[in-house]
Design a protein around this ligand. Sequence first.
Ligand SMILES: *Cc1c(COP(=O)(O)O)cnc(C)c1O
Length: 392
Amino acid sequence: MFDRSRINAFAKQETPFYYYDIALLEQTLTSALEAADTLGFHVHYALKANFNNRLLERIRDLGFGADCVSGNEVRRAVETRFDPGKIVFAGVGKSDKEITYALNEDIFAFNVESIQELQVIDGLAAGLGKIARVALRINPNVDAHTHQYITTGLDENKFGIAQWDLPEAVETLRKCRHIELVGIHFHVGSQITDLNVFKSLCVKVNELNNWFDERGFRLRILNVGGGLGVDYHEPDAYPIPDFRAYFSVFGEFLERKPGQEVHFELGRALVSQCGSLVSRVLYVKNGIKKNFLIIDAGMTELMRPALYQAYHRIENLTAAAADNDNTDEPPLHYDVVGPICESTDCFGKEVPLPKTQRGDLIAIRTAGAYGEVMASRYNLREEIRYVYSDES
Ligand SMILES: *Cc1c(COP(=O)(O)O)cnc(C)c1O
């Protein structure tokens, strides 16, 4: 939970910065592991959600695998000493250089997204005298019922191999002497809060699992990806996602064949709630139609609102800590905007907040996933800063 008593320590800190609650991170990770262990499931952490070193070290220490989507993410996972036997590499556009690097590191598997990629990996593995372990990423055409920009498992999306291409993929696999097919892989989207989506996914996976079995492929792994959502509206009421309910859906509906392992790739659900972006109010601009709060964080520090029209809860930490008597005053409404020269540089419109002043500290909550990792130097902004709960 976001600890408001930190306000005094924050007051001396240069803003903006990411604040990471390490205790909450640990509780979240433990909760996910316990729920997965009960059903014998394996969890890989999707590095792209946040590759901050302190967070990665905790995640590695607890025994998670790593799900990477670029050669440099594989490198980061290797350098953080994730077990190479638990590193998987997905992505629609893996370069020869990235594939070669991952082959040399003997990672567990490539999640392959096209027939042509199979041929390229086979050729590169042959050149190195290696056998590449591969899972086919199949587009299941399951609607994730999430924002259109973060849906990945529909026919119109660029990800994965289409089901009608599977016979050709299987023909190709039979010719690839340097590839071992270890499993099938799916990832239907992100910020999924309707568990029925995962039930639909299970139905599809079962169907395809049988399809491969009938063709003589004994799959060791069913990798069902990630995508479990978090509560952006009430981070304090629901700081930890309901992992038990999530994994139970797979426990109930996925039909494992003897010896088959089930793998997951969670990103957002593991790291979102432990991160907040803390910023200071630079200016309060009262217009005729709008009151604006101009803060010192912008889309360069947290791009989700500009990129996906994402909602983040915004709080005035200074007003909350002051604990004054006018808490029963009705809130004012502000458009909370950053300093970047773009109209989409806006964190929220008509945000209800207590009367806010220049210098007040603002927290933008649930920013631990897809926040710091998307920071850019646009406008030649300063390098992102961060503060850990167990260090300040
Ligand atoms: C992004 C991604 C994930 C993680 O998604 P979350 O919504 O953060 O859980 C898992 N697998 C693949 C292949 C991805 O691209």
